[in-house]
Design a protein. Structure first.
Length: 221
């Protein structure tokens, strides 16, 4: 797999609490130069980045991030505002407490609600696998499929662990044909990138891919 093929699957990401405007701009410049699938940035930066870059970038942002326990009404507002500001992809965190309490119907309804707002724009559902049993992961594959979300995503990168290959392989077996997989959290090497793609991930959320693959110089591409 070529560097370009890998980069085309990467959501070039910066979601640190202390991310500066200059760091976000550097991320976006790299995404344009190396043609990543998107940039994933904090909601507060979406309008500014859209105004500066327009159609040069696919802008992704996060909802209910990173803990997921915001009320549905709050996630609705966040989603509507992000889309109005220029985002075209939404990565939302589920309410993990609902999973642990066996409240799967409200969880399904929430994802359906957010997907309805997104319409043709992509919705990625973050399930934070580090907190889940195998049975819960399989149940969430079914729920994400029924809700007609576009992706199931492994992790926020802020939990107790990130993406693992066995979770991607499990997802691949249990998601419906309309759902794709995004692996995120702790993916830092070329070997990681290739392994997760080979396992079935269509997108990779990472801040490391450009540095790892394009660290030579822009002139080499």
């Amino acid at each position: 797999m070529t560097d370009w093929e890998i980069l085309s699957r990467v959501d070039h990401t910066l979601l640190k609490a202390a991310a500066s405007r200059e760091e976000i701009r550097t991320l976006c410049d790299e995404a344009v130069r190396f043609k990543t699938a998107s940039v994933c940035i904090p909601p507060a930066y979406v309008r500014q980045i859209y105004n500066e870059y327009k159609k040069q970038l696919v802008i992704c942002t996060v909802v209910g991030f990173p803990l997921g326990f915001s009320l549905t009404a709050v996630k609705v507002f966040e989603t509507e505002r992000a889309l109005a500001d220029g985002a075209v992809e939404i990565d939302m965190v589920i309410n993990i407490g609902d999973v642990k309490n066996g409240l799967f119907d409200p969880l399904l309804d929430e994802i359906k609600t957010i997907k309805k707002i997104c319409g043709e724009k992509k919705l990625k559902v973050i399930v934070e696998t580090c907190y889940l049993t195998v049975e819960e992961k399989i149940r969430l594959c079914n729920i994400v499929t029924e809700a007609e979300a576009d992706f199931i995503k492994t992790a926020t990168g802020f939990g107790s662990a990130g993406a693992v290959l066995t979770d991607v392989e499990l997802f691949k077996k249990h998601i419906g044909p309309g759902v794709r997989i995004k692996a995120a959290g702790g993916i830092k090497t070329r070997e990681d990138l290739e392994a997760f793609i080979a396992a079935g991930a269509d997108r990779i959320g990472t801040s490391s891919a450009v540095k790892v693959l394009a660290g030579k110089s822009a002139a080499d591409y």
